[in-house]
Design a protein around this ligand. Structure first.
Ligand code: HEC
Ligand code: HEC
Ligand code: HEC
Ligand code: HEC
Ligand code: HEC
Ligand code: HEC
Ligand code: HEC
Ligand code: HEC
Ligand code: HEC
Ligand code: HEC
Length: 319
């Protein structure tokens, strides 16, 4: 439902597609560029001569396999949007007007061929319909796009092996195909169970780009993504532990996986705390509890300061 709404909201962008299709197709007669603002453009294009649209059914006879993958995938739904005209429906929404190709099948010069164009052009072509909503609003400026990836680096329209999302491969293999080093992190003794299929890279990352760094998503509340699942850590607490809110979870935890229990940055909890709490700030201060004396190397700090993520009852996080 939401996606349909997003698509209809992109009506404006869709009008722009017409302009793109037309200006990108040399044989398209000039006047129709102005028509792109008028709703009547599509029917006109259908009868506009050599670059006219043929309709998806005409392709079936020669491209049975592509027709099948298209009609069994989500993109047949473009045909439901009749008022957008043939330039937005079926095969030709992506490959461009194909009547010329039908009259001479060896003529593929006017078709939009995804294997022959730049990543930039591919992104633009797909985003005509997929720019709506919040998911893809940073797609053109994403780290992925800026590093030369296109929609078809991860998606395939005709050869997908996944049930959902038309992916080239399922996760996490898709991501590991370029980010192999990350695999080792998820094989560490303490890790988010991504390889086991419990959670996915895209629970935390948006491969279509984000406003913040590292393509990391936000929780629905616009807070750190971690709160999406670890709601108990979010508070608000009467007594907040400053770094949880200020520096974020990563001041104490690694996010993918690591060698230490609870995915802590350091194996020794005390040393972790002492990165910020110098012993002089408490153990040697006059009146400080003697059990803070690090010389004896006793219990972990969290043995007493148990509510380390914040507390409603104790300013020193005892409960
Ligand atoms: C009469 C048979 C026939 C029909 C009908 C036909 N095609 Fe083709 N198509 C071909 C042939 C043959 C080729 C290969 C041409 C070549 O490589 O020289 C081809 C190539 C293509 C390619 C390029 C494939 C590549 O390798 O990149 C696309 C895209 C394509 N057709 C789309 C369409 C679409 C969309 C339609 C319907 C509007 C359509 N075709 C209708 C015969 C047909
Ligand atoms: C949503 C966009 C989209 C639609 C709709 C679409 N295609 Fe494609 N087509 C692609 C992309 C992208 C490729 C490159 C290969 C891939 O990613 O699957 C492609 C590749 C092809 C090829 C080259 C051979 C191959 O399979 O890779 C042919 C032929 C083709 N399409 C025909 C068609 C026909 C016929 C239809 C309608 C029945 C159609 N396409 C609908 C995007 C589309
Ligand atoms: C680096 C890989 C990658 C690239 C590049 C990429 N995608 Fe995706 N896309 C995914 C993955 C993985 C999913 C499914 C997981 C998710 O986000 O929920 C997805 C989901 C989608 C979905 C369905 C769910 C949604 O977000 O609405 C659409 C539509 C989509 N992508 C379109 C695009 C378009 C258009 C482009 C090019 C501008 C693109 N993608 C580029 C990996 C990618
Ligand atoms: C003419 C408009 C149009 C164009 C162009 C288009 N799409 Fe789509 N796309 C749609 C529609 C409509 C749906 C179905 C939405 C739904 O089911 O709610 C869809 C669905 C998807 C999905 C979601 C699949 C799922 O399982 O949820 C992905 C991924 C996707 N498109 C990727 C692409 C890519 C990649 C391109 C460019 C090669 C592209 N689209 C070009 C209209 C388009
Ligand atoms: C539990 C959430 C979560 C999951 C799941 C996750 N990431 Fe991350 N990832 C993050 C966060 C948060 C950062 C930013 C790290 C930082 O701030 O120190 C990040 C950073 C990255 C970076 C850039 C920085 C670096 O470490 O190189 C890459 C690349 C990356 N992740 C890839 C992946 C891949 C691939 C997967 C799936 C196999 C994945 N991530 C799964 C949360 C996650
Ligand atoms: C086709 C190769 C390719 C695929 C597939 C791919 N990536 Fe990337 N990714 C890159 C490149 C290239 C960069 C930029 C250089 C770098 O940081 O390694 C990048 C960067 C990133 C970053 C770091 C962003 C930053 O701000 O530095 C994250 C996070 C990321 N990718 C996550 C993912 C996830 C999650 C997937 C799977 C859904 C994925 N990638 C799939 C090539 C890919
Ligand atoms: C999609 C849900 C999800 C998101 C988002 C998420 N986590 Fe987790 N996290 C889990 C699950 C589930 C577990 C339990 C893992 C298990 O039992 O294998 C876990 C475990 C942990 C653990 C280890 C707990 C232990 O006792 O060893 C830490 C630490 C942690 N997450 C921190 C984070 C941080 C930091 C973030 C944000 C970067 C984050 N998580 C984002 C689901 C999530
Ligand atoms: C000041 C350091 C620090 C910060 C910041 C921090 N944690 Fe922790 N976290 C710890 C320590 C220490 C433990 C181990 C507690 C123990 O030893 O009993 C822990 C344990 C956990 C656990 C497993 C046990 C449990 O309580 O569920 C999860 C999950 C977790 N943290 C998630 C998070 C998330 C999510 C954030 C960010 C909102 C975060 N942590 C921020 C220090 C921190
Ligand atoms: C990234 C820095 C950082 C780390 C790591 C950190 N803290 Fe803190 N902690 C702070 C800051 C900042 C405050 C608030 C300022 C203050 O009162 O000193 C604070 C406050 C506290 C307080 C309350 C102090 C008071 O006066 O009420 C306790 C108790 C505490 N931390 C214990 C710990 C323990 C135990 C650990 C290790 C699990 C730890 N902290 C790790 C930065 C850190
Ligand atoms: C055996 C229990 C126990 C252990 C272990 C412990 N603390 Fe405390 N901590 C206390 C008590 C009791 C107080 C005083 C509370 C008060 O003033 O109400 C305190 C107070 C603090 C304060 C607040 C400032 C102050 O000096 O009063 C900080 C910060 C703190 N501890 C950090 C740590 C760190 C870091 C560790 C580990 C290196 C640690 N504590 C280990 C019991 C403990």
């Amino acid at each position: 439902m939401a996606r349909f709404r997003a698509l209809s909201l992109t009506g404006l962008a869709i009008v722009t597609l017409l302009a793109v299709v037309q200006s990108g197709t040399p044989a398209q007669d000039k006047p129709s560029q102005n028509d792109s603002k008028a709703p009547a453009v599509a029917p006109k294009a259908r009868t506009a001569g050599p670059s006219a649209y043929a309709g998806s059914d005409t392709c079936k006879a020669c491209h049975d396999a592509e027709y099948k993958s298209w009609s069994e995938g989500p993109h047949w739904k473009t045909t439901l949007n009749a008022k957008e005209g043939p330039g937005h429906q079926g095969c030709e929404a992506c490959h461009g007007a194909a009547a010329a190709h039908i009259s001479d099948p060896t003529d593929i010069s006017k078709l939009f061929l995804f294997t022959k164009v730049s990543a930039k052009d591919i992104n633009a072509r797909c985003l005509v319909c997929h720019a709506g909503g919040t998911q893809h609003m940073n797609a053109l400026n994403s780290v992925h796009a800026k590093n030369g990836l296109s929609c078809t680096s991860c998606h395939t329209i005709h050869h997908s092996e996944t049930k959902e999302f038309l992916l080239v491969k399922s996760q996490p293999e898709l991501c590991y195909s370029c980010h192999l080093a990350k695999k080792a992190e998820f094989e560490m003794p303490f890790h988010h169970r991504v390889n086991e299929g419990l959670i996915q890279c895209t629970d935390c990352h948006n491969p279509h780009g984000t406003e913040g760094p590292n393509q990391v998503r936000m929780a629905a509340t616009q807070d750190a993504v971690c709160f999406k699942c670890h709601t108990d850590k979010q508070g608000p607490f009467v007594y907040e532990h400053a770094p949880v809110k200020v520096d974020g979870c990563t001041s104490c935890h690694v996010v993918h996986g690591g060698p230490n229990a609870h995915m802590l940055r350091l194996s020794n909890v005390n040393l972790l705390c002492l990165q910020c709490h110098t012993t002089s700030s408490f153990s040697s201060a006059p009146g400080a509890p003697s059990f803070h004396n690090q010389a004896t190397f006793f219990q972990a700090c969290t043995l007493c300061h148990v509510a380390i993520h914040g507390s409603n009852f104790s300013s020193t996080f005892f409960k």
